[in-house]
Design a protein around this ligand. Sequence first.
Ligand code: ZN
Length: 245
Amino acid sequence: MRLFQKHFCAIAISLWAASPGNAQLLVEPTLHIKAEAGGGRVALTLDACSGRTDTRILSALVENKIPATIFVTGIWLKHNAAAVEIMRAHPELFELENHGGRHVPAVDTPQKIYGIRSAGSPEAVLAEVESGAAALAVTGEPAPKWFRGATAEYSPSTIAMIRKLGFKIAGFSINGDGGSLLGAKETARRIAAAKDGDVIIAHINQPTHAAGEGVVQGLLALKNKGLTFVRLDDADGIGDEGTTD
Ligand SMILES: [Zn+2]
């Protein structure tokens, strides 16, 4: 859903600003990891929103020993036990983090973002964040430290709230697959262009989309260039909009 994200975002913001009574603009925070001397490190983050598992990506990560941070929802966890088992069997590769309980955007006013209805109130945002963490706890995974809301857009007030709950908020610096709607070639091009310190976002829950093939190609290109991959827990993440400090 992020294909024309910047364009839609600009339209959304201008409509919002023009509509009376809506004081808050949504923000889409960025995240980088701190550069290290002599480093060429990138963080791969993959969202598992709902649906199934793209085994093309999962197998490639295991075969090529590419570490990744996977943002999972409660809904996805429920229907993908086999994939969760593979991830848990490789704790050196996979870090599972909180993508919410029901995949509703962490926006505390009622509205639609890329066609998805927002949580709509502070209480509903709280429920989304906490139910996501609770669903992860059932798997036996360590307690999540990072949260990424559905659509990766937030109201500034919800960012403050989620930080108070103890989570850092995971933005990104490279939109790898345009919400898994891009073609394989463009996805591969975007991911292969990652530089030291970049945080890539893509999806691991759309096995029928061409983008997944591009994710694999892009990652292998980065690996061949000698870049290394780190999980968010293994690097210093620096986000804007008060998401990590
Ligand atoms: Zn998602």
